[in-house]
Design a protein around this ligand. Structure first.
Ligand SMILES: Nc1c(NC[C@H](O)[C@H](O)[C@H](O)CO)[nH]c(=O)[nH]c1=O
Ligand SMILES: CC(=O)[C@@H](O)COP(=O)(O)O
Length: 139
């Protein structure tokens, strides 16, 4: 089987947490023997869709893993950020016929809850790679 290449889009917002998510994602990709061909840093989760689209167009990206943490503020703003990102992630995956895994915790979580969910990064890499393999099996 050809080498699997994944791209990672990571939010710099709450970077103390997303940096650890990025590290965990890299570690797990290495464990699986998967190459992380691209890492695209964006300011926040809301800004992810364009970065995802750019990566999905590349031949050395078989799928994309998104990493972020959408923590509750004083208003419901976090819902707008997460709902939009989740919807566009699904739309882009369907448009480009490549998996895009949701490794964004929240929304509406506390900082403590976000820290407890760093492992979502590993789960997202796992899902992305499983989908890439299943899609290759279909061909
Ligand atoms: N509050 C969080 C954000 N907010 C920033 C937005 O995602 C975006 O960068 C801004 O609106 C400019 O377009 N992002 C997160 O990833 N997590 C948050 O908790
Ligand atoms: C979710 C956010 O972007 C956040 O920083 C906004 O917080 P608030 O709901 O207090 O305006």
């Amino acid at each position: 089987m050809d080498k699997i290449n994944i791209g990672i889009v990571v939010a710099e917002f709450n970077y103390d947490i997303t940096m650890m998510m990025l590290q965990r994602a890299r570690e797990y990709a290495e464990f699986l023997g998967v190459n992380v061909s691209r890492v695209f840093r964006v300011p926040g989760t809301f800004d992810m869709p364009l970065a995802i689209k750019k990566l999905l167009k590349l031949d050395d990206v078989d799928g994309v893993v998104t990493l972020g943490a959408v923590i509750k503020g004083e208003t419901d703003h976090h819902r707008v950020i997460m709902d939009n990102a989740a919807r566009k992630i699904t739309d882009l995956s369907l448009e480009f016929e490549k998996p895009v895994a949701l490794g964004i915790s929240g929304s509406g979580e506390s900082r403590l809850q976000a820290e407890a969910r760093i492992e979502m990064a590993k789960d997202a890499v796992e899902s992305c790679v499983k989908m890439i393999k299943s899609l290759r099996d279909l061909k």
